[in-house]
Design a protein around this ligand. Structure first.
Ligand code: SF4
Length: 350
C-alpha cells in the first residue's frame, strides 16, 4: 500500500523545528532529530534512541522517511558507479560516483531532464520533465553513502559536483535548499570548498549564487565566441557570452579561489589553435582554471572526438599564455556515465 504520510526529509531544519515546538517539544529536539535523518542515515523513527518513545511514535504517525529508490546500479571497469533512481512520482534520474585516488566524487542531478538541449549532451536530448525537490537532490548523497558503507569501501565520498542531469541554476530555489542541507553541520556536513556547481550561466541567478557562498562555481563555456556558442548550445547562449564573462570577471571569490571553466573539445568544431587563442583573449580578465574534456561520442552523436594532437596543441597554447589548463579524463565510458552521457530514456519518464 502506498504510504500517504509526508516524507520528513522534505522539511528543512527550521520547518522541523517549528513542527516540534508546536507540539510542545523543546527547541533542541530538532538538533537531535536532524542528524538521524541526514548524518546517520536512519530510516526508522524507532531507532532514534535519544528521542522519547512517545515522540518517536508521534513522528512515525505523521511522517515517513523515504529515499529515492535504487532501480539499477552499473559499475564500470574503472570503478565508476552509476545509479538509476526513482523519485516518489516514479520519475527517473541518474547520479554517478567517480573514484579518485583516495576518495569519491559524486555527480548530482538537479532536474529530471534538461530544457537547454545543448547539442553535444545526451540529457539535453531527453527534454525537461520537472525540477527536483531539495530533499530529492540531497538524498542522492544518502544513497551513495549507503552504497559505499555496505561495500565497506575504504574510500569515502568527500566531493560533490552538480554536473549531472539538469541546469542547477534553473532550479535555484530547490538547489539552494539542498545546499543548505549539504552544508549543515548537523546535516550532511560537506564544506563549500568540496562542492562545485556547474552552470551554463543564468543571468541574474548566477550573481545570486555567487552571493550565497554555498559552493564553488564551474561554468560550462564550450566555445570562445558568441557565434560558435550559439551553434553548440543555442539556448544557453541567449545570455551573451561577453556579458557572461564580464560577470565572471567581477564574481566574488575567496583568496586563492578560482572559477573552473569547462570546455568540451569537439573534433573539428571548437578545438583549433585559433579557438584556443580566442579563449585566452576572452578569459584574460577572469580568475580561472580551465578543464578540457575530450568529447566522447555515443552511437548517434553528431560530433566526433578530438584528435590527440589537437588536444595537446590546444592545451599547450593555453599554458603558453599563462592559463592553467587540465585535461580531464572522462570516466565510466563503458556504462554511459561520462560527461554529457547521463540520459534516462524519455519513454521511461513520460
Ligand atoms: S550540458 Fe547541462 S545545460 Fe546543457 S543540456 Fe546537458 S544538462 Fe542541460
Amino acid at each position: 500500500m502506498k504510504n500517504k504520510t509526508k516524507n520528513i526529509l522534505s522539511l528543512n531544519f527550521d520547518q522541523i523545528s517549528h513542527w516540534l515546538i508546536n507540539r510542545g517539544e523543546k527547541e533542541f529536539r530538532a538538533k537531535q532529530l536532524w542528524p538521524w535523518l541526514w548524518a546517520k542515515r536512519v530510516k526508522d523513527f524507532s531507532l532514534m534512541t535519544n528521542l522519547s518513545k512517545p515522540l518517536r511514535k508521534i513522528l512515525a504517525q505523521n511522517f515517513c522517511i523515504k529515499w529515492p529508490e535504487v532501480r539499477d546500479i552499473k559499475e564500470s571497469k574503472d570503478g565508476t558507479v552509476k545509479f538509476l533512481l526513482a523519485l516518489e512520482d516514479e520519475k527517473l534520474i541518474e547520479t554517478v560516483l567517480i573514484p579518485e585516488k583516495d576518495h569519491y566524487t559524486q555527480c548530482l542531478s538537479s532536474q529530471v531532464g534538461c530544457s537547454l538541449a545543448c547539442t553535444f549532451c545526451s540529457t539535453g536530448q531527453m527534454g525537461f520533465k520537472r525540477n527536483m525537490y531539495s530533499h530529492e537532490i540531497a538524498a542522492q548523497i544518502l544513497v551513495a553513502q549507503d552504497y559505499l558503507q555496505k561495500k565497506n569501501s575504504p574510500k569515502h565520498l568527500t566531493n560533490l559536483v552538480f554536473m549531472g542531469m539538469g541546469e542547477p541554476l534553473l532550479n535555484w530555489k530547490e538547489v539552494r535548499e539542498a545546499l543548505q542541507i549539504i552544508n549543515h553541520p548537523l546535516g550532511l556536513n560537506f564544506s563549500r570548498r568540496k562542492i562545485t556547481l556547474s552552470t551554463v550561466g543564468i543571468k541574474g541567478v548566477l550573481q545570486d549564487f555567487g552571493q550565497s557562498k554555498l559552493a564553488l562555481l564551474a561554468v560550462s563555456l564550450h566555445a570562445p565566441t558568441q557565434e560558435l556558442r550559439e551553434k553548440i548550445m543555442p539556448k544557453a547562449a541567449r545570455w551573451d557570452l561577453n556579458e557572461l564573462v564580464s560577470v565572471l570577471a567581477e564574481y566574488p571569490l575567496a583568496r586563492r579561489e578560482r572559477i573552473t571553466i569547462e570546455y568540451v573539445l569537439l573534433g573539428g568544431v571548437n578545438d583549433t589553435p585559433e579557438h584556443a587563442r580566442q579563449l585566452v583573449r576572452l578569459l584574460s580578465r577572469v580568475k580561472c582554471k580551465i578543464n578540457l574534456i575530450a568529447y566522447n561520442p555515443g552511437p548517434d552523436s553528431k560530433y566526433r572526438a578530438p584528435e590527440k594532437k589537437d588536444i595537446l596543441k590546444f592545451e599547450q597554447i593555453l599554458w603558453s599564455k599563462g592559463m592553467t589548463a587540465i585535461l580531464r579524463k572522462s570516466k565510466g565510458q563503458d556504462i554511459s556515465a561520462a560527461c554529457g552521457q547521463l540520459i534516462v530514456m524519455s519513454k521511461l519518464n513520460s
